[in-house]
Design a protein around this ligand. Structure first.
Ligand code: GLN
Length: 544
């Protein structure tokens, strides 16, 4: 295999001004990175254990995150002391503040008498004379600030060389700044939306103090990424990848197509449990619309035959669908690879496209505690045994909103860019009980009507995920003066930002009645429609 990785353009952290976030395991660390990206500033997160000598780029500034530990514990995590020698501005948030104070003197941090959790009013203190530069962090935010706190430890004294730039009732050192170096610490969390002026504060740090340029846009990223893909794959190399019709795989596929044309081979497997007309529509959009070299494999019978008789075990449904998908993808990949090998000007298939996003990367590298073993990133490439494919992950640096912006940039239609997520096992986990061809028909038709009405009423973008599920029970109804005994549909629609927690969408009853009327009238085999009102937790977004 030729080494095509020489002369590959460097990754974003060497091109764009980068703020490095070092993670101490807070559940909010990824939000710091997101807020920076929303400000068009490139930012990456690494675990707090990162050795500075092994860092492949020089950040414009460093943010130390919060974390669940106490800095004075014997096994508490600490940053490489070289962080304080780099000569770049540092902002410590909560545990990060305590880490800065502890670094200066281990006596500076103690357990507080009481925990402080929730809103607090911050009093910003201005300085004049030779220490006036310490005001930069709160510049323009001088009024009493509504902030959000979540800590039990506190600074017992002001570390030597620092001044106090903010106080709160329970935290006399809620904000500190070094008199000479550009080091700042705050006890509250500016990255959460409960802190009213959090984003302007992060901007003050990144732009005014670190001098980071706000040039991270998808417009600037796309050309560089296309160059990087071309250099990585080389002039003849070929790539294979699965597409589903969802936003991530479509954006990744379009990007590959822009970079290497038909040397990117997309495969879509129709598993028989897709939405109404989905395989046909995806094919049209991706081929006629976006020009992607796509093979659609109709394997519905193979999947549905395997699913027959599986009733009470949702995990079994997932396994059958997952394993069969891999088998089919593998068979097709080998066929395409064999055909490609014979062609005159094309090389071997060496690469597998993966639609990994930055939240997946964050999840796999975030700091899980002093004794936790690092989880290796789940690698689909290994499943394609015998092909020895290398992974190519063009969306690896991007958050979901950035993937959407990139999709728009690449000319992908709006309704696809904003499409709700759809699970790999498809309707099979929205059909409770046995998946038969007739149950699939009912679920598809009911789902189509629900989504159609949601779009007509203008709710689609407000909702994060919506679908109709089919329950395995029958109820009595009267239709056309005739008693019927038919099945029940459960509608589900949730709002969420991270899919970890979710609220039920608040439809007007009139809207729900309209959907119910249409489903009962138009879908044979259904006589009742329910609205599912369980939040997550305790419910999950999908049914099985
Ligand atoms: N564990 C530390 C405390 O309780 C830090 C908390 C945090 O970073 N949110 O003060």
């Amino acid at each position: 295999m030729a080494d095509s990785t020489t002369n590959v353009p460097p990754p974003p952290h060497t091109i764009f001004d980068t703020i490095l976030v070092l993670d101490f395991g807070s559940q909010y660390t990824h939000l710091i990175t997101r807020r920076l990206r929303e400000l068009s500033i490139y930012s990456e997160m690494l675990p707090c254990t990162q050795k500075i000598s092994e860092l492949s780029f020089k950040p414009k500034g460093i943010i130390l995150s919060g974390g669940p530990y106490s800095v004075y514990w014997d096994d508490a995590p600490h940053v490489d002391p070289a962080v304080f020698e780099m000569g770049v501005p540092i902002l410590g948030i909560c545990y990060g503040l305590q880490e800065i104070a502890w670094h200066s003197d281990q006596k500076n941090v103690v357990a507080g008498e009481k925990r402080e959790y929730g809103h607090a009013i911050l009093n910003v203190q201005k300085h004049s004379g030779k220490t006036a530069h310490v005001d930069a962090l709160f510049s323009g935010l001088e009024e009493d600030m509504d902030v959000w706190m979540s800590h039990g430890d506190k600074l017992s004294q002001r570390p030597a060389g620092f001044v106090t730039v903010a106080t709160s009732e329970n935290a006399p050192f809620a904000g500190i700044a070094h008199e000479e170096k550009e080091w700042f610490g705050i006890q509250f969390h500016p990255e959460v939306t409960h802190t009213k002026k959090g984003t302007p504060l992060i901007k003050n740090f990144a732009v005014s103090i670190c001098g980071a340029k706000q040039d991270w846009t998808m417009d600037a990223f796309v050309g560089k990424e296309i160059d990087r893909i071309r250099a990585l794959v080389g002039p003849k190399g070929q790539v294979i990848g699965a597409v589903s019709g969802g936003v991530d795989s479509t954006v990744a596929a379009k990007l590959m197509h822009e970079a290497i044309g038909d040397r990117f081979h997309a495969i879509m497997v129709d598993n028989g449990v897709l939405r109404l007309n989905e395989a046909k529509q995806v094919k049209e959009t991706l081929t006629a619309g976006l020009g992607i070299n796509l093979t659609v494999i109709d394997a519905s019978d193979r999947f549905l035959d395997l699913l027959a008789g599986v009733k009470d075990d949702p995990e079994k449904k997932r396994k059958i669908i997952g394993n069969t998908f891999i088998e089919i993808f593998q068979e097709k990949a080998k066929e395409i690879a064999a055909a490609a090998k014979g062609s005159a000007n094309e090389g071997e298939i060496e690469w597998l496209l993966q639609g990994t996003l930055y939240p997946d990367v964050i999840e796999s590298i975030s700091f899980k505690g002093p004794s936790a073993t690092i989880k290796t990133h789940h690698n689909v490439g290994g499943l394609l045994e015998g092909m020895h494919l290398k992974l190519i992950e063009p969306l690896r640096e991007l958050f979901k909103d950035e993937v959407r912006a990139l999709g728009t940039q690449l000319g992908i239609p709006e309704d696809l860019v904003w499409r709700h997520p759809f699970p790999g096992p498809g309707l099979a986990i929205r059909i409770i009980g046995e998946v038969t061809r007739d149950q699939v028909r009912i679920a598809q038709q009911a789902d189509f009507i629900f989504i159609d009405e949601i779009k007509k009423a203008g709710y689609y973008k407000q909702i994060s995920q919506a679908y109709a599920a089919l329950l395995p029970v029958k109820a009595v109804g009267v239709m056309g003066d005739k008693r019927v005994h038919a099945q029940v549909i459960a509608l589900r629609a949730v709002e969420t930002t991270d899919f970890m927690t979710a609220d039920v969408f608040d439809f007007p009853t009139k809207f729900l009645s309209k959907v119910s009327t249409r489903i009962v009238n138009e879908v044979d085999g259904v006589c009742r429609v329910l609205y599912e009102v369980t939040s997550k937790p305790p419910g999950t977004i999908e049914m099985e």
